[in-house]
Design a protein around this ligand. Structure first.
Ligand code: PGA
Length: 264
């Protein structure tokens, strides 16, 4: 991926997790989301379960919609039962890969392994969507150290040149699937903290390049406020991405916000 390659300023990713149960339902969901939606400033990315990737890819081909893997191995190929490599994801049409989602971290995936996965994804010329976020918001503010350490580990030896296309999703674990989102003010504070941490690692010019998303109980009611006050570049959406009308509303709000805040 070249440094000069353009991407939209905003991105909305639907992380379907282990849903829906059937391929036919997956295809109807994509069809319903896509219907008559014209997007200029926002990339919309579907992250279906692995077995549905190929079919979803066929359904979005020729459109502006993109495909993501929900997870990826740090290895290129070989005797790793149950694993999927970055080049396999690319081969079935994925252009994004979610790395280090908290539900994956919970299975024991280490920071070093996630760092190796980021390298594998970059090697395959795909866009990493790196998930970070604290499990608890302690009153002493230790959660800032947690997030800082996650960033330092996951970007270890990742060159500055890779940051232009990087996507970082701030997903506080306590907000995922709980119905309680982080406040837009706290999201803004964390976004600035993430950028400050990147300034320390890469310098000021590079630190502002990654698109920073918010994830955790995003819905059609809180999306506009999070965009406005939280100043994020979009969302990683779980539950609400399975409801076509609600997901469309989130996408439309993001596109509208993008049009209002970015030059053509
Ligand atoms: P949620 O999930 O929107 O259902 O909270 C977000 C995520 O896990 O990426």
């Amino acid at each position: 991926m070249s440094e000069t390659m353009k991407h939209t300023p905003y991105v909305v990713i639907g992380n379907w997790k282990m849903n829906p149960k059937k391929r036919t339902e997956a295809l109807s969901l994509v069809g319903a989301v896509k219907k008559n939606l014209r997007l200029v400033k926002t990339e919309v990315v579907f992250a279906p379960p692995f077995p549905f990737l190929g079919d979803v890819h066929k359904q979005i081909s020729g459109s502006a919609y993109k495909l993501a893997g929900q997870d990826v191995s740090m290895f290129a190929f070989g005797a790793y039962t149950g694993s999927v490599s970055a080049s396999m994801l690319k081969d079935v049409g994925a252009t994004f890969v979610i790395i280090g989602h908290s539900e994956v971290r919970k299975t024991g995936r280490t920071d070093a392994e996630l760092n190796a996965s980021v390298k594998a994804v970059l090697e395959a010329k795909l866009v990493p969507v790196v998930c970070i976020g604290e499990s608890v918001r302690d009153p002493q503010g230790d959660f800032f150290n947690v997030v800082e350490n996650q960033i330092i580990s996951i970007f270890k030896d990742i060159p500055a040149s890779a940051m232009a296309h990087m996507v970082i999703a701030y997903e506080p674990v306590w907000a995922i699937g709980s119905g309680v989102n982080a406040t837009p003010e706290d999201i803004l504070e964390m976004k600035l903290f993430i950028q400050k941490t990147l300034v320390n690692l890469y310098g000021r010019a590079v630190a502002h390049k990654p698109r920073i998303l918010y994830g955790g109980s995003v819905n059609q009611k809180n999306a506009a406020e999070i965009l406005e006050i939280g100043v994020v570049n979009g969302f990683l959406v779980g539950g609400a991405s399975l409801k076509s009308e609600e997901f469309r509303t989130i996408i439309k709000l993001t596109e509208q916000h993008a049009k209002n805040t970015t030059s053509s």
